[in-house]
Design a protein around this ligand. Structure first.
Ligand SMILES: C[S@@+](CC[C@H](N)C(=O)[O-])C[C@H]1O[C@@H](n2cnc3c(N)ncnc32)[C@H](O)[C@@H]1O
Length: 234
């Protein structure tokens, strides 16, 4: 049974009894998600087109979707947001979460309801500019289209709890699914994660973490474009 906990910035998180983990930092769910996924991720993207394609692993409470919706006003791009979740949270828990209230924007109350009330596995317009596709599936069973995503929010449970989601194969699959210059952000900066990301081909940045966490990772897919025009045909 999931249990709602109030974190240090007063925003809720969920304690998952199956894994013994919280969905967010107990030092502040909103401050953590904003720092990692919005400040280090969303606000740093430079997509080549007018559409920003986001992939999230672990939709959980929908907090990252909500924060993306809130900050999308300053981005003036169309957003295609795919969020994958194996275990959707019960409605009665969702209805008690205090995110819209704490974010002090009246529209977000309806936005948060729309994130959770619409059907799974069918893309829909969350707003005029955001198409949300919530996929109820195991990430490991999904095939991803290559060169699709500008931004990946990697928000699975920890490598200790879910080693199957932090493997070389998973990061290679994500690398292939991303566009050149695409960004990957996650809260976990353990050595094993850095090594797997590098092995997949990412360039890694270790950034300062939110309160209660020293570091986070931002990884970029950078393809070297070789200067093929210099090649002489004999
Ligand atoms: C750290 S919590 C997610 C936090 C979430 N982004 C939020 O803001 O609430 C990890 C999430 O990953 C989901 N999950 C676990 N295993 C998964 C899998 N194999 N595929 C997809 N989602 C998974 C969990 O059910 C949980 O909701």
């Amino acid at each position: 049974m999931n249990q709602i906990i109030e974190t240090e910035d007063n925003s809720h998180t969920i304690f998952d009894q199956k894994t013994g983990e919280h969905y967010h930092s107990i030092h502040g769910a909103i401050q953590e998600s904003t720092h990692i996924f919005i400040e280090a991720g969303l606000k740093c993207t430079k997509p080549a087109t007018q559409t920003l394609n986001i992939l999230e692993i672990g939709m959980g409470t929908g907090l990252n979707v909500l924060l993306t919706l809130m900050h999308s006003e300053n981005i003036s791009k169309r957003i295609n947001y795919i969020s994958i979740e194996l275990y959707p949270i019960e409605k009665e828990i969702i209805n008690q979460l205090n995110y819209p209230k704490l974010l002090h924007k009246p529209d977000l109350e309806i936005g948060f309801q729309n994130i959770h009330n619409e059907k799974w596995n069918i893309p829909y317009y969350l707003t005029e500019n955001i198409i949300l596709n919530k996929i109820n599936a195991d990430f490991n069973d999904l095939q991803l289209t290559e060169n699709s995503f500008d931004l990946v929010y990697f928000d699975a449970f920890s490598p200790e709890t879910q080693p199957d989601l932090w493997t070389d194969d998973v990061f290679e699959k994500l690398y292939k699914s991303m566009k050149n210059n695409g960004l990957f952000v996650t809260y976990c900066a353990k050595g094993i994660v850095k090594r797997s990301l590098k092995k997949a081909g990412f360039q890694i940045e270790i950034l300062a973490g939110p309160k209660g966490k020293r570091h986070i990772i931002r990884a970029t897919k950078k393809i070297e474009i070789s200067n093929c025009c210099n090649h002489k045909h004999e």
